[in-house]
Each structure stands twice: as C-alpha cells, then as structure tokens.
Design a protein around this ligand. Structure first.
Ligand SMILES: *Cc1c(COP(=O)(O)O)cnc(C)c1O
Length: 375
C-alpha cells in the first residue's frame, strides 16, 4: 500500500448531515453555517473576531489591501516576507502593488528576526510571518521587533489551526491572522479560510470588503423592517471573498475533531523523532520551545534530498517539499541570493507523510528507509 504525504480524514456522515441541512434549508451561501463556523472558531481559539472567507489567499490580499488604504501606504512600499512559503503569501503583496522583500529563515524555517531587522528600510510597512508546519519559530521576537519599529504584523497561519504558544492559541497578538482550511490543511474543508483581526473596526470593514463592499449594517436594518432589502450602501469597492455555508458545514465537523487530530499528528511526529534523531546525516526540523504545534508538517533536512525522494518513491512512499525557495520562480528571481538559508533549505527539506491514516508501523517503515537511503 502506498504511503501518501497527506490524506484528508473527513467524517463523511457528519459532513453530509451538515450539507443536507444547508440544502434542505435552501441556504448554501453567506450566513447560516458561516456564522456558526465563526462563532465556533472564536470559542475554540479565544480570538475576539473572525470572518469566514473562501480561502487564506484572499484573506492575505484583503488584509494588505485594508492596511494599505487605512494607512495610506504608497505603491511600491515594502512588505518583508519569507521566500520559503507557498506563493500565496507573496502574491498577496504583489496583488496590492506593494513590494515583497525577502528576509531569511532560521533553524525553524521561519523568519529570522535578525534578518528582518537587516531588511528594514524607510519604505518597510509590514511583515508577513509564516508559521511553517504549525511551528511558531521566533514569532515573539518578530512581534516585538514589529512593535518597536512601528510595522504591521500579519500572521500567515495557514498551517496553524490548533497551534498554541505558551498555552494560548496563536493569533491574538498579530494585527491580522489568516488561517487556511484548504483541502489538505490540518483543518480541511475543500477551500476556505478565516481572517482574524484584533480590532473591531477592522473586522467590521473586512466583512463589508469581503462582500463587494456592501454595507450589511444598512442591509440588516432595512431587512429588519421587512422591506427595502436593496437599499444598502457601498462606501468603497470590495471583493467577492466571503465563504459559504457548504464549506462552513464541513469546517464545523473538522473543527470538532481538530484537537484530537492534532494530538495524533504530534504522536506521529514523536515517533519520527525517536527513529530519526541522532542520525548523522538527518536533521529533524525542531519545534520552538513553548510551541504546541498543530504539526501540519514534520520536516527533515538531508544532503541528498532529491535522490532520497526518488528512492522512497520506489517504495511507494510519497513525501513532499514545503517549499521551494520562491526566488527560484521567475517572477521573484529579482531577489535571488538575498536569503542563503532559505535557498539551502529549499534543496534539503523533505516533508514526511503526516495524516490520520498512518500507523506506528508506517512511521517505522518510512524512517527505516530514510535511514537506509540518506547519505
Ligand atoms: C495553503 C497555504 C496558503 C494558501 O491557502 P489557501 O486557503 O489555499 O488560499 C497560504 N500560505 C501558506 C503557507 C499555505 O500553506
């Protein structure tokens, strides 16, 4: 039997019951389950605000658009980001006509505060911190740096559903935190995400801008009077970025099992570490202290990554790579050479199979083959 990197574990009957409820009620869009998902997410995370979106990618764009217009940033102003991420994090900066400037990663594969500091210029406005694999890295130092230097901090928490730092769910202290509930993330739907501000006015604005800019307060007021539902106002141009009730229904089921699933992910990671720690040519990427990681990923670093990948594939084991250094892509190649650690990691990292269907025997087999084929 093949061992895949990710296999989503949908509780099918519970998901179908949620979807059936939407269909029978005749309500599949914004509202109903999306509101329930937002409430359950706030309850689960302890975050004060949450708005359910169609993806994390649109959430990152929305966040940058909102900060840019709120503070009057100019086109070409700079946002410091990592090149070791899914391109969404960096495309969002480009969508907003801002300039991605890459800072290097540290041993956690997260942004290094020292390199962020080196990359700050008079045009720097914000930092996007990506918690790779659910790891918090040196987030707290990055937060402090942003506060000291007057920079907006956006947390790309696409891998961080259920990650806690010093006992608290992440997201309460960044200016904006964006989660992903995409099909293979550790809280899976098919495509959706959550944008969480710490400021009420921004949450209110995000809700309008995720629905074309439609002023829903006016809508709600007139709807309550039973007529004039079309008499809403639009103060500024918005986008069609909100999520829908079908996705939210699936998300509600995944959320119910999130802690249980993440605990099993941590168990799998522990087994991998017990097998692989201490081998001369294999380095398991460490988790920062104080971080209870969602463990969306477990990553190792080896010198013969591509050969190891092929050897494992021969045994029907299919690991992944998160991620290729984005400066290897044509459109970000202007920044090649600016982040040597990310460039090196890009050649060495391998994400090991991580999903609910794996057993200890699977982990032992994968580990044994990694040890056999690593040079
Ligand atoms: C998956 C991912 C995204 C994009 O999430 P979507 O919900 O698919 O838009 C952004 N950043 C990172 C680090 C991701 O892994």
């Amino acid at each position: 039997m093949a061992i895949q990197l990710f296999v989503p574990n949908f509780r099918v009957d519970e998901c179908l019951a949620q979807i059936r409820e939407c269909l029978e009620k005749g309500w599949t869009g914004l509202g109903f389950k999306t509101v329930e998902m937002e409430n359950k997410w706030k309850e689960y995370t302890g975050l004060p605000y949450a708005h359910f979106l169609s993806s994390n990618t649109v959430g990152l764009h929305l966040a940058l658009h909102m900060f840019k217009t709120e503070f009057g940033w100019a086109d070409g102003d700079e946002v410091i980001s990592t090149s070791l991420t899914f391109v969404s994090s960096n495309h969002a900066i480009v969508y907003t006509n801002l300039q991605p400037v890459f800072a290097d990663v540290d041993e956690y594969l997260c942004l290094s505060p020292e390199d962020i500091e080196r990359k700050i210029t008079p045009r720097t406005r914000a930092v996007i911190f990506v918690g790779i694999g659910g790891n918090t890295g040196r987030y707290e130092e990055v937060l402090k740096l942003c506060r000291d230097r007057g920079l907006i901090l956006i947390l790309d928490a696409a891998h961080m559903a259920g990650t806690r730092l010093n006992g608290k769910h992440v997201g309460y202290d960044a200016d904006c935190t964006v989660f992903s509930f995409q099909a293979v993330k550790n809280l899976a739907t098919a495509d959706s995400g959550m944008i969480c501000f710490t400021d009420e006015a921004r949450d209110v604005r995000a809700r309008k801008l995720a629905w074309l800019g439609i002023n829903k307060d006016t809508y709600a007021r007139t709807a309550a009077q039973g007529a004039y539902k079309w008499m809403y106002d639009i103060e500024e141009v918005g986008y069609k970025y909100h999520g829908n009730s079908i996705m939210a229904g699936i998300g509600l089921v995944s959320l119910k099992y999130l802690d249980q699933d993440n605990a099993y992910r941590r168990q799998l990671a522990k087994w991998y570490r017990e097998n692989l720690d201490g081998h001369e040519h294999i380095k398991v990427v460490p988790v920062a202290s104080g971080c209870e990681s969602s463990t969306h990923l477990i990553q190792i670093r080896v010198q013969n990554r591509d050969a190891l990948m092929l050897a494992l594939n021969e045994h029907q084991i299919y690991p992944g790579v998160h991620y290729r250094d984005n400066t290897e892509y044509c459109m970000y190649s202007y920044a090649q050479g600016s982040c040597p650690n990310s460039a090196k990691a890009s050649q060495e990292i391998l994400s090991l199979p991580m999903h609910m269907g794996l057993t200890k025997a699977d982990v032992d087999l994968v580990s044994e083959l990694i040890i056999r084929y690593t040079k």
